[in-house]
Design a protein around this ligand. Structure first.
Ligand SMILES: Nc1ncnc2c1ncn2[C@@H]1O[C@H](COP(=O)(O)OP(=O)(O)O)[C@@H](O)[C@H]1O
Ligand SMILES: [Mg+2]
Length: 292
């Protein structure tokens, strides 16, 4: 990255509108800045325009009005192939993304657009299949994988390309606890590598616990954009978006209602548990002292 590029936001979306040929206005007046290395969530009810928005980032959807800049450059004239090397989008339905005859072929195909030698492609494929625990399925057709495994393969086929920006569309949907844990570790690792990560999700607990900045969308508009604890703590906005207030916020409200004074930043599970632990400890010592 050149020095000047480091000062620009990594992604700048300037006044973007998009209407599908059917006449649905999916994006209206979208303005958004995303900096390098951010982890950002996009939330909002079905049909809000979340998927449409992320599809503009790798050129799958070209806005009718407005401009999208990546590293300060207008992406309008850049091909999907070029953009996909920088922006890896993992779709909600893995079957829209997988089309090879075997798991191994899927990864090899994904690596083909780079200037790797055959040997390098083989090594990288083996590495990624190991990392994603997919080695045992290397010769199996993606059609014969479980939903969770197919989602993992779709993810592996993007991560192996080492994109600077990783975009997930509903990654926790239909995933079991272990698969979500795998995803959380993967996100942590990719962040350590300096990646920028955008996650479209309906999973409010996941967003509340792991995502620092949240954008809330409705009817193609951005309703709110800010620190997750503020955005997801706004009961009116959250309900308007067909979401349920995160549990830590609900517990905070219940504690306050019952007259317990608590600081207003207890929005992670860890902080809340520590507060309750200290509260109980103090109460217990009051009782013990009272007995003396
Ligand atoms: N290919 C399409 N053709 C026509 N309308 C579409 C298409 N994809 C999405 N839409 C419409 O655009 C709006 C936004 O959809 P989408 O971006 O998929 O929302 P979200 O991901 O937030 O659920 C919805 O009204 C949806 O019905
Ligand atoms: Mg969607």
């Amino acid at each position: 990255m050149k020095d000047i590029e480091k000062q620009l936001p990594l992604i700048l979306i300037d006044n973007v509108d998009f209407t599908y040929p059917s006449g649905t206005k999916a994006l209206r007046n979208i303005n958004l800045k995303i900096d390098n290395k951010e982890l950002i969530g996009i939330m909002g009810k079905n049909g809000a325009g979340k998927t449409t928005l992320i599809r503009t980032l790798n050129g799958l959807i070209r806005p009718k009005n407005g401009t999208i800049y990546l590293y300060g450059e207008n992406i309008a004239s850049k091909s999907i192939a070029t953009l996909s090397k920088k922006v890896g989008v993992i779709f909600q339905n893995p079957m829209h993304q997988l089309f090879s005859n075997s798991v191994k072929d899927e990864i090899e195909f994904s690596l083909k657009s780079f200037e790797f030698t055959k040997g390098e492609i083989q090594n990288k494929t083996n590495e990624i299949l190991k990392e994603f625990n997919l080695e045992k399925y290397r010769n199996r057709s993606p059609l014969n994988l479980s939903g969770g495994e197919a989602k993992k393969l779709a993810l592996a086929s993007i991560i192996c390309r080492d994109p600077d920006i990783i975009v997930f569309d509903e990654p926790t949907l239909g995933q079991d606890g272990r698969e979500i844990e795998f995803l959380i570790n993967l996100i942590k690792n990719e962040r350590k590598k300096g990646k920028t990560i955008i996650i479209v999700t309906h999973n409010i607990e996941f967003a509340n616990e792991y995502i620092p900045r949240t954008i809330l969308m409705a009817d193609g508009l951005i309703l709110a954009d800010g620190p997750t604890e503020k955005v997801l703590g706004n009961q009116i906005l959250v309900e308007k978006s067909s979401l349920i207030l995160p549990q830590t916020h609900q517990i905070n409200l219940a504690l306050q209602k019952s007259g317990i004074e608590c600081p207003n930043n207890l929005f992670s599970k860890g902080k809340l548990i520590n507060f309750i632990k200290d509260f109980i400890k103090n109460k217990t010592s009051e009782i013990v002292e009272g007995n003396d």
